[in-house]
Design a protein around this ligand. Structure first.
Ligand code: ATP
Ligand code: MG
Length: 140
């Protein structure tokens, strides 16, 4: 059966502090299937392109500096309504507003260092998945 997908990134703060395993456990327990996964260290041009929609915002430079500060884990996750369901599992961008039981409630340390990224639409999920993965790296 066809399932929707989303693109997730475990951000540098979470990788650096050893939260990759616990975050993957939460993702699995919530019923997402990992269809592609790789560890990468983004360059400044790559991170700027990935977060292009935020260019010009006051937090943009800090965001790019943070996202290039260390390795990240990128993955494609399968689930029905994957984009919406994964954003629900993530919780609010600002961890102080994130609900109990969400990834950001558990692992975010600030609005910038909020542990994990999730695509915000099916269109962006497709773009972001193509940004990181070729066809032979995708197991679905
Ligand atoms: P993401 O796209 O990483 O999943 P999001 O969709 O919840 O997060 P966006 O509005 O797309 O939030 O912002 C992208 C990222 O930019 C945030 O996850 C956060 O790391 C950073 N960011 C957003 N707003 C702020 C802010 N006010 N101050 C600092 N960093 C911010
Ligand atoms: Mg976003």
């Amino acid at each position: 059966m066809y399932k929707d997908y989303t693109l997730a990134i475990i951000k540098p703060n979470a990788v650096r502090t050893g939260k990759t395993g616990p975050i993957l456990a939460m993702i699995n327990e919530a019923g997402f299937e990992i269809a592609a996964m790789r560890m990468v260290k983004l360059t400044i041009p790559q991170a700027s392109l990935f977060y292009e929609v935020h260019k010009g915002k006051d937090f943009f430079n800090g965001l790019i500096k943070f996202m290039t500060s260390g390795p990240v884990v990128v993955m494609i996750l399968l689930h029905t309504n994957a984009v919406e369901e994964f954003r629900r599992l993530l919780g609010s961008t600002d961890p102080e507003k994130a609900a109990e039981g969400t990834i950001r409630k558990a692992f975010a340390v600030s609005t910038r260092m909020n542990a994990v990224h999730g695509s915000d639409s099916n269109e962006n999920a497709e773009k972001e998945a193509n940004f990181f993965f070729s066809g032979i790296e995708r197991f679905y």
